[in-house]
Design a protein around this ligand. Sequence first.
Ligand code: COI
Length: 331
Amino acid sequence: MKIFAYGIREDELPALAEWKNENPTVAVDYSTGPVTAETAKLAAGADSIVALQESPFTKEAFAALSDLGIKNLSVRNVGTENIDFEAAKEFDFNISNVPVYSPSAVAEYAMIQLSRALRRTKPMDAKVAKHDLRWAPTIGREMRMQTFGVIGTGNIGRQAIKILQGFGAKVIAYDKFQNKDIQAEGLYVDSLDELYAQADAITLHVPGVPENVNMINKDSIAKMKDGVVIVNVSRGNLVNTDDLIAALDSGKVSDVALDVYEGEVGIFNKDWTDKDFSDDRLADLITRDNVYLTPHTAFYTTNAINEMIRQSFDAAVAFAKGEEPTIAIKF
Ligand code: COI
C-alpha cells in the first residue's frame, strides 16, 4: 500500500517517522506543496493521499487525481470549507478530516490570549522592553469578575468553558446545536443578541460556514457591551475586519485577540521579516497595543501535530483497504 502526503512541513516529520515505524508495510512519500491539478501526478501509484488545508481542493485537482485512479483523500485538519464536495462526489472520492485532534490546544490558546487581553500584557511587555517599569496606565481586569460569552459549544467551545469556569468566571453560551451537558449546567442563553448584551468578553468557536460569515459586524458589535473583548481563534471570515477596526477606533471593542484573519491565506506561516506582505489592514492591526494577533497558531502543539498525522494516515490506510474510517465525512 502507498500513501502520498501533500504539504508536509519539517515540524511534522517526527510524527510522520513515528507513524511509519508503527506501519512498516505502508510506503509513504510526500511533497511540501499543496494538491493541485498540476501536482496530482506526484501521487501517481498511491492508494490514498493525505493533505492539509492550504489552498482550495478544486474540481481540476479531483479530476487529475481521479485520472490516476486515486479516490481517497484524508485531510489532516478540521476545516473542510475549501473542499469542492460537489466535485469530490462527481469523481467518487472518499474523504476524511480530523475533527478532534486536540480541542485543548485551541481552547487553551484562546483563553491565554483572552487573559492577556484582559491584563493588557502586550502594552506592558512593550513598556518593559523600553525599560519603562511603571504600573500605570496598564491596569487590567480580573477573569473571575467577567461574564464570558462562548459562541459555539463543540469540543473546543466546551473546553474553553471549563477553563473559564476554573477562573471562577460567569459563563454564558450560545449554539444552534445545544450540547446536553452545557444545557444541564444552564449556561445557554436563547439568542446571540442576549449573549451580546450580557458578555464582557466573547470567544468564537463556530465554523466558517456561509451562515456564520461576518457574524461579527457593525450591527452585532452595536449590540455588545461598551469595552467588550473579542477572541477569534476559529475562522477569519467570522469577523468583518473593517467593522472591527472601526469598533477598535471608537473604543466600543476595547481589545481583540485574532489568531485568524480574513485574508490570511498566503500570508500566515511565512517569514515576512523586512518584507511587505501588502495588507495594510493586517499591518495596522499588528501594530495596535490592544490587538493580540497571531498567525493561526492556536492548534500548533506537539500533541496536535501527532494526532493530525496519526489520525489522517490511519484513515488513509482504512480507505485504501476499502473500509470506512470513523472520521470519514458523509457528503
Ligand atoms: C484546522 O484544523 O482546521 C485549523 O484551523 C488548523 C489548520 C489550518 C492547520
